[in-house]
Ligand binder design. Structure first.
Ligand code: FAD
Length: 433
């Protein structure tokens, strides 16, 4: 049997690799997509709670702001193939999309399978050759330039250009297991050690250990994350969920990048999340309300008054953390203590010990260093003919459709650039006997 040679090989059939193979083939390159699993777009199929938050409709500067992991590196890619292009691409495939809150875009069907199927159909329609159940085992180079890849079955599948789109290493059952890091390292790339992002936060506070607040959600809150020197690391807005291990929900996930990156520099340090337990009112309004209640309802217990303003369980925990008895009548509590209660409510402190592990993270931080990738083409700066796209690179975004946008945008650029490179490359790939 002769193994055919290709202009471009794309490794990995996630959103980045699917888009890269479409872009490469439609740019005139004979393209092979190799996927190790038996299904293309597996992670895409579970994304967005099974609905696939396929992009975000916010303007470009806001997209970049929502990409805390090297967002500025993506300027060129997002200009070349933007969130509007993602929208137009799917509408062109007959998939209607809709915008929800905070710019999040979903298919009208509310089914991720709609997006996956449309993409996969397009890959077939344009004529990409697809090999499934075929794990790539490494890159093959010749004189510092790409010659192809090896697989578990072939010593060499030859190509003029290779696009690596193997993803990160979170939720490994989807196929993203960090396979490409050693290959990239072997040809001279630096790998920023992977770490969990967009992941729940852990805490050892007594009210977490005792599950006193488990299941409680605080809508539209603000969380301020401070380090051990009280330096503000970030201020994030959104919904928060108390769990049996710590904090979850969109606002906790948004903080996780800062927890992980701080822990990488200073392992084991305790951070502090200040949760605004009553986001509808300012601190002064809350103090005024408590003073007003004191004169209007002098005999009521403080915990009952506070439970009018906060979820009851949170009200009890606030008082317990301040060492104030629940059954103290309003008239017996000093104003200065009421001010403390208001402050504790607005800046409810939760010590943060870390995050859940990488395997449980939505996104992988770290990966192939972007310093060694040309942002205008996604080409490796250290190995000719090699290109990267998607989560395998040291880029990551907040949840909200930004990560899939990054995958599509960099996939499109990498695929088109690889085809362009293959068109002018003087080296002919060799068919293997
Ligand atoms: C539960 C969950 C929900 C999410 N929801 C959203 C969302 O709604 N919106 C959003 O923007 N982002 C979301 N994300 C993040 C988003 O899914 C990822 O950022 C995105 O899938 C990354 O795309 P990728 O193509 O780079 O990698 P992946 O999607 O991880 O695809 C990589 C592919 O490469 C293949 N591969 C790996 N190694 C090899 C090898 N050796 N040989 C051949 N193939 C290989 C894998 O099998 C896999 O198919 C979610 C993530 C998770 C885990």
């Amino acid at each position: 049997m002769v193994t055919p040679a290709f202009d471009v090989i794309v490794v990995g059939g996630g959103p980045a690799g699917l888009m890269a193979s479409i872009a490469a083939q439609t740019s005139g390159a004979s393209t092979l997509l190799i996927e190790k699993g038996n299904k293309l777009g597996r992670k895409l199929g579970i994304s967005g709670g099974g609905r696939c938050n396929v992009t975000n409709a916010k303007p470009l500067p806001e997209l970049i702001q929502n990409i805390p992991g090297n967002g500025r590196f993506l300027h060129s890619a997002l200009h070349r193939f933007s969130n509007e292009d993602v929208w137009a691409f799917f509408e062109g495939l007959g998939i209607r999309l809709k915008e929800e809150d905070r710019g999040r875009v979903f298919p009208v069907t509310d089914k991720a399978a709609t997006v996956v199927q449309a993409l996969v159909n397009k890959v077939y329609d344009v004529g990409v050759e697809i090999w499934e159940n075929c794990p790539v085992t490494g890159l093959v180079t010749d004189n510092g330039r790409i010659a192809g890849v090896s697989t578990h079955r072939h010593a060499l599948v030859a190509a003029k250009a290779v696009v690596i789109a193997t993803g990160g290493c979170s939720v490994p059952k989807t196929g993203s297991t960090g396979d490409a890091y050693p290959w990239a390292r072997a040809v001279g790339h630096t790998i920023v050690p992977p770490y969990p992002t967009e992941v729940p936060l852990t805490s050892d506070e007594w009210f977490i250990r005792k599950r006193a607040l488990q299941g409680l959600s605080v809508r539209n809150t603000t969380v301020t994350l401070l380090d051990d020197r009280k330096k503000k690391l970030t201020v994030e807005h959104g919904d928060l969920l108390f769990t049996h291990f710590g904090l979850s929900g969109p606002v906790a996930l948004r903080c996780s990048h800062y927890v992980s990156t701080t822990h990488r520099k200073r392992p084991g340090i305790r951070l502090l999340a200040q949760v605004d337990g009553h986001p509808e009112r300012s601190l002064q309004e809350l103090v005024d309300e408590l003073f007003h209640r004191k004169s209007a309802q002098p005999k009521r217990h403080l915990s009952n008054v506070l439970s009018d303003l906060l979820p009851e369980r949170l009200a009890h925990v606030v008082l317990e953390t301040l060492g104030i008895a629940r059954d103290i009548p309003m008239t017996d509590i000093q104003n200065v203590k009421l001010e403390e209660v208001a402050k504790q409510t607005k800046r409810f402190p939760v010590a943060i010990t870390g995050t859940l592990p990488l395997a449980q993270a939505t996104v992988t931080g770290g990966g192939v260093s972007v310093k060694e990738i040309d942002p205008r083409t996604m080409a490796s700066k250290v190995c000719k003919g090699l290109f990267f796209c998607g989560e395998v690179m040291d880029v990551h975004a907040h949840t909200g459709g930004y990560n899939i946008t990054v995958a599509f945008s960099t996939g499109h650029l990498a695929g088109a650039s690889a085809a362009e490179y293959a068109a002018v490359s003087s080296v002919e790939p060799v068919e293997q006997p």
